[in-house]
Design a protein around this ligand. Structure first.
Ligand code: AP5
Length: 308
């Protein structure tokens, strides 16, 4: 639902003194509209008045999308900016979560939140949590929830993730982590599960390299660096050995069913054995359809709101 409010205030020395008039926006069942997202001021240096027009983000989208003639001539049929998407991606170690997240982020602008990256950042910063986390990561075990849960919750609730939508990678990985999100009423629109056979996973882990400058993920065989300069600076993760990936896989198998049962209604299983572009094409189709559905739902509720 969109809102438009107008207020005129007297101005002294550029600062508003008191509100002279205001026009409350259309409301439904006396419920207030969405919070104010933007304010534009027109202030004349000669006139002692300030005209403020406030509108929410969906009203702004409405104005941008309506052809002028249509807007002048009758009821507005809304074409709303959809609510941001909330996506989870899961799969065994090296199934391609990070690789697909880069592509999803690029196309859909979602905020990528990777539990493993948050933990590695703590290790890099030398914090107490980082030191504890590393002990577990070296054994291929899940880092205790008291470290991970708060870290992910805080990141998810930051304004950029709320505004643009989020792509949660490698979280939740246990029933208690999933429950922590459920308690906050945080639910995904889609839970992507990458399905990859075990022999392939080991080869992917051992050949994986990271570019510390760009953060890009490479594979010596499947996704080699573009030039010698990049090749020379690539690094390998401390847990990317055959021995450690076997432990990580075991941990994954012990926990995955609990997580899947939490999200059974929104699971989208993708064959992750396929080439990177083919895996992305599948995911892309599913995400476009979610966006489309959200857009239609929002448009319908906006149209209902505008007719009040
Ligand atoms: P984390 O960093 O999340 O590791 P992971 O789950 O083991 O997954 P990876 O990051 O290894 O792989 P990926 O699926 O992202 O694959 P990628 O795209 O890089 O977690 C590390 C540790 O942190 C855990 O073991 C745990 O200790 C701790 N932790 C993390 N989250 C936690 C949580 N929620 N709770 C508690 N502890 C937690 O691809 C791999 C390679 O394959 C790359 O080289 C890539 O180029 C290549 N590749 C990708 N896709 C393809 C393809 N389709 N074809 C060919 N090659 C491909």
């Amino acid at each position: 639902m969109a809102s438009l409010g107008i207020s005129i205030s007297s101005v002294a020395g550029g600062r508003p003194m008191r509100s002279l008039a205001s026009s409350p926006s259309c409301s439904n069942n006396n419920k207030p509209f969405a919070s104010l997202h933007a304010t534009r001021s027109l202030e004349s240096s000669r006139a002692p008045f300030r005209l403020e027009i406030s509108y929410d983000r969906r009203f702004s989208a409405e104005l941008r999308r309506q052809p002028l003639a249509a807007a002048r001539s009758g009821p507005v049929v809304a074409a709303a900016e959809p609510e941001p998407m909330k996506i989870m991606i899961s799969g065994p170690p090296a199934s391609g979560k990070g690789t697909q997240c880069e592509l999803i982020k690029k196309k859909y602008g979602l905020v990528h939140i990777a539990a493993g990256d948050l933990l590695r950042a703590e290790i890099g910063a030398g914090t107490e949590n980082g030191k504890r986390a590393k002990e577990y990561m070296e054994k291929g075990m899940l880092v205790p929830s008291e470290i991970v849960v708060m870290m992910v919750k805080e990141r998810l609730l930051q304004p950029d993730a709320q505004e643009k939508g989020w792509l949660l990678d490698g979280y939740p990985r246990s029933l208690s982590q999933a429950t922590a999100l459920e308690d906050l009423r945080i639910q995904p629109d889609l839970f992507i599960l990458l399905d990859v056979s075990e022999e392939i996973l080991i080869e992917r882990v051992v050949g994986r390299r990271l570019d510390p400058v760009t953060g890009k993920i490479y594979h010596l065989k499947y996704s080699p660096p573009e030039n010698e300069e990049i090749a020379a600076r690539l690094t390998q993760r401390f847990d990317d050995t055959e021995e450690k990936v076997k432990l990580r896989l075991k941990t994954h198998h012990q926990n995955v069913e609990d997580v899947l049962s939490t999200y059974k209604d929104v699971i989208f299983k993708v064959n992750g054995d396929a080439p990177i572009e083919d895996v992305f094409a599948e995911i892309d189709k599913a995400l476009s359809s979610i966006l489309d559905k959200k857009s239609r739902t929002d448009s319908a509720s906006m149209a209902a709101g505008m007719s009040c």
